[in-house]
Design a protein around this ligand. Structure first.
Ligand SMILES: [Mg+2]
Length: 285
């Protein structure tokens, strides 16, 4: 990856983070998880996935399924930057009359399947990947899972089936931000050694820095790592990446800020002083 390409990706991710922050008001959003997966999504859509804005329903396309649907502001913000979605629609977040909501919705161009009820989209991804194989297609399927989402048993059923069906066109990316809601995953139901668990199920595994574009490129360049085996990428990330005042607080996972706080957070995103947050934060839902 050239320095110019890296810089372009950084600027793209930064613009997406600004969209995410602007959606954290008038009802709020899951800002921390949204910010943790921005870089992975930006890299994939810009550099790896074969998805054309001009033909989002091309049967030969790659697929991305956002199973951890709570971070949909990152996906919708990116869709605006990619030209999939008109910018003004982000302002419809949580308003009636549009499908811009807390979770991905198939009525939004570029969204492959509904999600947000956790633990389901890896099974959908297995089905799509198997269909591609049966049709002798070239498409690849990426499923983004949250680390907390791995507590859903249905995820591991799909992990078993993917290995049994030798789906080397299926890639899981675990957004390993270390949190499930307002608790550290390792304090709740420990996941480590996570890569070993996928390997025990017959998957190829790789661990990388989910905010490092060169690391992402090096990892995805090797896929499929082994013919006949699906790949699990553990992407280490920081929840609230880009906003230290969010990243430092476990309770700031779902946030509904005032308009003045949003302005401060946008300045913090530019590297200025930390935002002063007075709004109540929802710590449990
Ligand atoms: Mg998490």
């Amino acid at each position: 990856m050239t320095e110019t390409e890296q810089q372009e990706l950084k600027e793209l991710a930064h613009r997406v983070r600004r969209h995410v922050v602007r959606m954290a008001t008038d009802g709020g959003c899951f800002i921390g998880a949204s910010l943790s997966c921005v870089d992975v999504l930006a890299y994939l859509y810009r550099h790896w996935l074969r998805i054309s804005n001009a033909k989002l329903d091309d049967p030969q396309r790659d697929y991305l399924l956002l199973s951890k649907g709570h971070d949909v502001p990152a996906l919708y913000g990116l869709f605006v930057e990619l030209g999939f979605l008109e910018p003004h629609r982000l302002a419809n977040h949580l308003k009636t009359g549009d499908h811009i909501y807390w979770h991905p919705n198939r009525n939004i161009p570029g969204v492959e399947f509904h999600s947000g009820s956790l633990g389901h989209l890896l099974s959908v991804g297995v089905g799509i990947a198997l269909d591609i194989k049966l049709c002798r297609g070239k498409g690849r399927v990426v499923v983004i899972l949250g680390d907390g989402e791995l507590n859903e048993g249905s995820v591991w059923e799909a992990v078993l089936v993917a290995a049994a069906k030798r789906l080397d066109n299926l890639i899981v990316v675990v957004d390993r931000n270390g949190f499930q809601a307002n608790l550290a995953t390792e304090a709740l139901i420990p996941l480590e050694p996570l890569a070993d668990k996928f390997a025990a199920f017959g998957w190829e595994t790789l661990r990388l820095d989910g905010h490092d574009f060169e690391d992402l490129e090096a990892g995805f360049a090797l896929i499929p790592r082994r013919l006949g085996q699906p790949t699990a990428i553990i992407a280490d990330t920081v929840r609230g990446r880009g906003l230290p005042s969010i990243a430092a607080r476990a309770d700031r996972w779902f946030c509904n800020f005032s308009a003045a706080e949003i302005e401060q957070l946008l300045e913090e995103l530019e590297g200025h002083r930390l935002a002063v947050i007075d709004s109540d934060i929802i710590v449990a839902r």
